[in-house]
Structures are given as C-alpha cells and as structure tokens.
Design a protein around this ligand. Sequence first.
Ligand code: ZN
Ligand code: ZN
Length: 243
Amino acid sequence: MDHSELGYEMVGALEAYNSQFVVAFYGGKDSQYCDSVKQVENVFGCIGLQNAKHCILNTQYTPEEYAELKEKLVEHMEETGEYGEFFPVTVSPFAYNETAAQDNFPLQKTDVESNDWRWRDVEDKDIKYSQYRIPDNIETVKDDVLENFLTCEQCKKSYKIVKRELELYRQTGAPLPHECFNCRHMNRLKQHNPRALWHRQCMCTQPKHDHSSERCSREFETSYSDKNPALVYCEECYQKELN
Ligand SMILES: [Zn+2]
Ligand SMILES: [Zn+2]
C-alpha cells in the first residue's frame, strides 16, 4: 500500500492523506511542512517525528492550542509569501549543482550564487590523488582495486569501485571507468536531446505504396532539431523500416 490522496508538493511521500509541502513523509495525514516523519497527524513544521499528533516545530500542543497556533503561523506565512510554496532552495542540504535541479534546469555558478543558493566545486585542498593506476583491460584488474580509492580524471573527486560493480565490469568485459559516478551521469545527460520540440517532416524516402512515387509527408513534433543530422521518421515509417 503506498497510495496517497489530496497531496500537493510532496517529495518521497507514502500513504499520505491531505498533506502538503512535505519531504520523506511516511504514513500521515493533515500535516504540512514536515521532513522525515512517520505516522503523524496534524503536525506542522516538524522534522524526524514518529507517532506524533498536534506538534508544531517539534513541540507538543493540545488539539486546541495546535489549531490556534497553526492558524497564526499560516497567517504570518501568507503575509511573507511563504505559505503555499515548497521549502525554499536555501534550506536544501545539497548545493544546486549536486542535485537533479542542475540536470533538468542547468544554471551557471554566477546565476546560482546571485539567488543566494549554494554551489559546490571541488577545491584543490580537497583533492587526494590516488596512486592506483587503472589497467586498460578489465582482465588484468585485480581485486585490490576494491581497497583503493580512484581519482576522477574529469572533476578530481575521489570515487570507489564496489564489489558488485567490479563483478559487472568483469562479466561484460567493459573497462573500469576513469570518471566518478557523477561525471559519468553528466556525460550521459550531454548525449540527451535538448528539452525542446521542433516541427519536422518525415524523412522516409520509400514510396508510400507500390507503383507510386508519392513519399510520406507526415509532420510531427520531435526533440531532434533541424540541425541534427539524424534521419527522423514518422512512427508508421519507422515501424515499417524496422520490420
Ligand atoms: Zn568526476
Ligand atoms: Zn512517414
């Protein structure tokens, strides 16, 4: 059972009922602005509580006190413009460029910092260079790689190879990566098409029917831009080409 109802702006919520602006919310109802709570009811602005009712900022109140104080807080938050919005970026435990925000809404460091949001670069003093040299061929990699840390060739952060990864690389014959997990993730994202659509026409050159010279002229929206050299087909022509 993991269904939720009447939820709004929730991240990682399970079995949540009538709750809004919550993070890591496991089983609870009628609550707002909570982080990492479990089995709660009528709690507001709380963190790390379990089996709790009528709490505000992790303080216990009677149901009457709770209702009265919550109303005051909501009124105040409406004035400041905070009420109805998710937690602000400034309370995130992560820097902007360490999160999926940067994957989906990439910004420059200067833009992030001008919003008073955090940005984190690897600093020279934090770099520890690994003595381990990654063999080019997976077959010559020994188990001692698991006890070593590696230095990312791209961002210089340290990373490790864990046993299950090593098993997979050995099984597939793929070489060990020279970049850390995050750089590999970013490199993969760079290969995605841009988040935009172009109006294009089917480029299939096959005649539509036998004994006809008429070509497909179907138009559609695609994430392949008109500058992308890839051939774009309408779905029907694509399926035909595959068969
Ligand atoms: Zn890296
Ligand atoms: Zn077509």
